[in-house]
Design a protein. Structure first.
Length: 141
């Protein structure tokens, strides 16, 4: 006759059952929280740093475009990215089509690219000023 090893049981609410199996009514212990989250302090200059620049978002009339003062100098950018409308407009002016823009920015959607071009169409003076401001000048000796 073979000897069988008895299974370990744990008494749970008056029921014997093998260890490691829980009933639906049993729940794991709740974890204690560390307390309330600390509030962030203002720097000595009483201004927010660029890491907290999202507190001062300036919405535009375009759904995918906004301005954040601490991001790319306050230029209009595509929401959730650091891609400025100036970048998209410069590539468009250089002759890139939508397919090439998608290859360059695979994480953007068609609506975001179209909205950036729409913002450029509505505010050409502003975007052309940013383009002129960020122009790279080649220096020769």
């Amino acid at each position: 006759m073979e000897k069988t090893k008895p299974t370990k049981t744990k008494r749970v609410r008056g029921v014997n059952k093998p260890r490691g199996i829980r009933t639906v009514k049993e729940k794991a212990t709740t974890y204690r929280t560390r307390g309330p989250m600390p509030t962030r302090a203002l720097p000595r200059s009483s201004r927010w740093t660029t890491t907290r620049a999202t507190d001062k978002i300036i919405e535009t009339d375009h759904p995918y475009i906004h301005k954040v003062p601490g991001v790319i100098g306050g230029e209009p950018v595509i929401k959730g990215t650091r891609i400025s409308v100036r970048d998209i407009a410069e590539w468009w002016r250089l002759g890139l089509n939508f397919e090439q823009l998608f290859e360059a920015y695979p994480h953007l959607r068609l609506a975001q690219i179209c909205d950036a071009l729409g913002y450029f169409d509505d505010h050409p003076d502003e975007i052309l000023a940013y383009i002129a401001e960020n122009r790279i000048v080649e220096v020769t000796d």
